[in-house]
Write a protein that binds this ligand. Structure first.
Ligand code: ACO
Length: 329
C-alpha cells in the first residue's frame, strides 16, 4: 500500500530570546506565576523586519537537506500559519519562490495550532492518491507580531519559530491514520477580531487593539485537556494501535499542565512525551513541527517507532496523526 512518510525534518528559531524576567518589566506578571501556571521559561522573538516566510524558508531548507531532495523536485508546498506575511498572496507562494521550488503548487492552510498536523494530513492524501511524490509541509509563526504586549493573559504564552517536514511515498510504515476535528462554536474563545471581511482594518480597530490575539484561557484549557485525550485514542484506534504501542507522543506545546494531563490520561511515562515548551513557549502551528524536528535531532525517534502527534487550537480545532516512523524509502 502506498503511504506517505516523513523523510526530512527541519526547524528554525529566531535568535532573540525573551525570558520571563524580561516580561516582568513589560506587564504585571512574575517568572514564578508564568512557570507555575504554564511551564514556560522563555520564548524566541523574531526581529521587526523578519516575516513568517523568513522562518519557514530556513526550516524548509534544513528539511530538504535531510531528505536529500532538490527544491525543484517538490510538487507541493503547504504552509500552516495564523500569521501569514500578508492576507494574500499565500505565504507558501513566497516560500516556493525563495527556495527555488519552481515545479511546486503552493497554498496556505489555517487551523490554528492544529494547522501543521492538518497540513500533514492534506499532504499525505496527495501522496497516497499518487498525484504527487514530494510534498513539503511547514508550520511557521511570528505570533509576536499579533501579540498585545500589554495583555498579561496572552503575552506570556507565545513565541516565534518554524518547523518543516518533507513527505514522500513508502510501502512500509509512514502515516497510519489521522483524526481531525473542529468545533466552531468555540470560535470566540481564541481569535483576532479585525483585519478580515467581518471587521476590516480601520483607525478605530487599531485604536481598539483588535488586531491582536484575544483568548479566554479557561475554556481553551478545558477543551485542550478533553480533546488531546480523545483525538489520541481515536487516531490510535484507526491505526489499530493502543497506547502501549506508542514510543513517543509529541503534543502541541501550549501548557505543561495540559501536556501532563494528556500524558496521565494516556498512561504514558514522562520520557515517552516530548516537551520543549519551557524553552520556546507556544509557537502555534509551528509547535508540533519544531518539537518533531528536535526529537529527531535528540535521538528520541528511531526507525520503526510509533509516534503520535496531537494538537488543538483556534477554531476550535484538533488534529492527531499516528506514524510508524520510516525515513528510509
Ligand atoms: N501573570 C500574573 N497573573 C496572571 C497572568 C500573568 N501573566 N495572567 C493571568 N493572571 C491572573 C488572572 O488575571 C487571574 O487573576 P484573578 O483571579 O485576580 O482574576 C489569575 O491569574 C488566574 O487566571 P486564570 O485565567 O484562571 O489562570 P489559569 O490557571 O487558567 O491559567 C492560562 C491561564 C495559562 C492562559 C491557561 O488558562 C491556559 O493555558 N489556557 C490554555 C491556553 C492555550 O493553550 N492557548 C493556546 C491555544 S492554541 C492557539 O491556537 C494559539
Amino acid at each position: 500500500m502506498r503511504r506517505a512518510t516523513i523523510t526530512g525534518w527541519g526547524k528554525y528559531l529566531p535568535p532573540n530570546v525573551m525570558t520571563n524576567k524580561d516580561l516582568e518589566k513589560i506587564v504585571d506578571t512574575t517568572d514564578e506565576w508564568i512557570q507555575k501556571r504554564t511551564g514556560i521559561k522563555k520564548r524566541r522573538i523574531a526581529d521587526e523586519d523578519t516575516a513568517t516566510s523568513d522562518l519557514a524558508i530556513e526550516a524548509s531548507q534544513e528539511a530538504l537537506e535531510k531528505a536529500n531532495l532538490d527544491p525543484e523536485e517538490l510538487d507541493l508546498i503547504i504552509v500552516s500559519t495564523v500569521t501569514p506575511d500578508m492576507a494574500f498572496p499565500a505565504t507558501a507562494c513566497i516560500v516556493q519562490d525563495k527556495i527555488g521550488a519552481s515545479n511546486a503548487a503552493a497554498f496556505d492552510l489555517e487551523a490554528g495550532c492544529s494547522g501543521f498536523v492538518y497540513g500533514l494530513s492534506v499532504g499525505a492524501q496527495f501522496i497516497e492518491s499518487g498525484l504527487y511524490d514530494n510534498v513539503l509541509v511547514i508550520g511557521a509563526e511570528t505570533l509576536s507580531k499579533i501579540t498585545d504586549w500589554e495583555d498579561r493573559n496572552t503575552c506570556v504564552l507565545f513565541g516565534d519559530g518554524a518547523g518543516a517536514a518533507v513527505l514522500q511515498a513508502t510501502d512500509k510504515g509512514g502515516f497510519l491514520a489521522f483524526d481531525l476535528g473542529s468545533d466552531g462554536s468555540g470560535a470566540n474563545a481564541l481569535y483576532m477580531e479585525a483585519g478580515g471581511s467581518a471587521k476590516p482594518a480601520s483607525l478605530e480597530t487599531v485604536k481598539n487593539k483588535q488586531h491582536y490575539i484575544r483568548m479566554e484561557g479557561n475554556p481553551v484549557f478545558k477543551f485542550a485537556v478533553k480533546t488531546m485525550k480523545r483525538a489520541s485514542l481515536d487516531v490510535l484506534e484507526k491505526a489499530e494501535l493502543t497506547t502501549d504501542d506508542i514510543n513517543l507522543l509529541i503534543p502541541h506545546q501550549a501548557n505543561t499542565r495540559i501536556i501532563k494531563s494528556a500524558r496521565r490520561r494516556l498512561k504514558l511515562d514522562e520520557d515517552e512525551v516530548y516537551v520543549n515548551l519551557p524553552e520556546l513557549g507556544n509557537t502555534s502551528s509551528a509547535s508540533v513541527a519544531i518539537a518533531m524536528a528536535e526529537a529527531k535531532e535528540n535521538g528520541k525517534i528511531k526507525n520503526g517507532d510509533n509516534v503520535l502527534l496531537v494538537a488543538f487550537g483556534a477554531g476550535l480545532t484538533w488534529a492527531a496523526a499516528a506514524i510508524e516512523w520510516n525515513e528510509n524509502i
